[in-house]
Design a protein around this ligand. Sequence first.
Ligand code: SF4
Ligand code: SF4
Length: 435
Amino acid sequence: METNFSKEQLKDQDNKSSEKIFRKCVHCGFCNATCPTYQLLGDELDGPRGRIYLIKDMLENNKPANEKIVKHIDRCLSCYSCMTTCPSGVNYMHLIDHGRSHIEKTYKRPFFEKFIRGFLSFALTKSTNFRIISILVRGIKPISFLFPKKIKNMISLMPIKFPKKNLPNLVVYKVEKKKKKVARVALLTGCVQKVISPQINEATIRLLNRHGIEVVVPKNIDCCGSLVHHLGKSDLANPTFKKNILIWYNEYLKNGLDAIISNTSGCGTTLKDYGFIFRTDKDLKKKAKKISELTKDISEYLDENVKLNFVNNKDTNKEYKIAYHSACSMQHGQNIHKVPMNLIKKTGNQVFDIPEGHLCCGSAGTYNLLQNDIAEKLLKNKVSNIEKVKPQFIATGNIGCITQIANGTKIPILHTVEIIDWYTGGPKPRVLKSL
Ligand code: SF4
Ligand code: SF4
């Protein structure tokens, strides 16, 4: 794609990076074929190629965003299916991030939209905020029909109950004395995940400890910053990124870390991008790069580093039919697809891909809250495709997908790590008790 940035504009490092990406695009439009919003809406501007043009035009001509641009960019899921398809290696993720940040700086959203986005940035990025708001929302659930559709939808998605935690809150989860410690990792426990599904972190910690891996959960790390980053709010995201980088880097230097484990692929994708985000920050770039290099999805880490000890008992001797939902942030954001499926296959169960598995379930961070009409259609399609496989349960590696899909089907859904923990000596996951 031809670009016309001036020399002055290219002094800006973000423009400079984006210009390189624009130049890789050859307008072929292959990406449109696998874009969920293009498939649903059929508008060129709701596909990756059209969005790339919109972003380029806005940046190159130094234009403030307008209503039309915002509409089409907001409808992008950041699912990155287009990146997997693109034959020219266009890094759409960096373009859309740049575009969103430009929108946030140059566009004045209508009051209601601004309020909702501000509210989500406050509520979903700190576990204590999320817990308090969920408790307050519980009181207004019975009268939620009185609110506008968007708010009603948000209220319906807020949890009513918080599952009981079974592990104490510790900073370091040590390996049992009689076992040999073979590695030490940090775990990102996630701001929303640890409140609504603490069993995922517990399964991760138990599984790692059982295999000789010490787990550290640094006290002041709550959110990875990706939710606000994807809203274009770099003024909120960057301080969180910086704080996390410094805490983990300090831990790495002081006590040693073999990896930083993410068990939420949405967060993992952002952690792996910290190095790019701070590429021009002379104080942070080396540290950020190191953090990105250390980051591994739990499935990736287990596959590369751990010889799993599977156990046999009356539950694990049964053979289950499992549908594997590949989260977009996992398959497109981190290029990890077969690894979690192969891990689950090692448990002796049947594991199936879902038809049209490259398409998003509609969760996409805050997307199901902000673009609920499109998200509902995507969920409906996803559930119908899952049902074609006729699974007894569904496995995936991202809390957002778990919450979204659980809203559309009665088939139990759980995290891959809960299955591996169970088959290596952990408890049977709660959602499978009836099987
Ligand atoms: S990230 Fe997903 S929704 Fe956005 S343009 Fe790419 S394929 Fe389409
Ligand atoms: S597939 Fe890649 S090169 Fe082709 S239009 Fe899409 S982004 Fe551009």
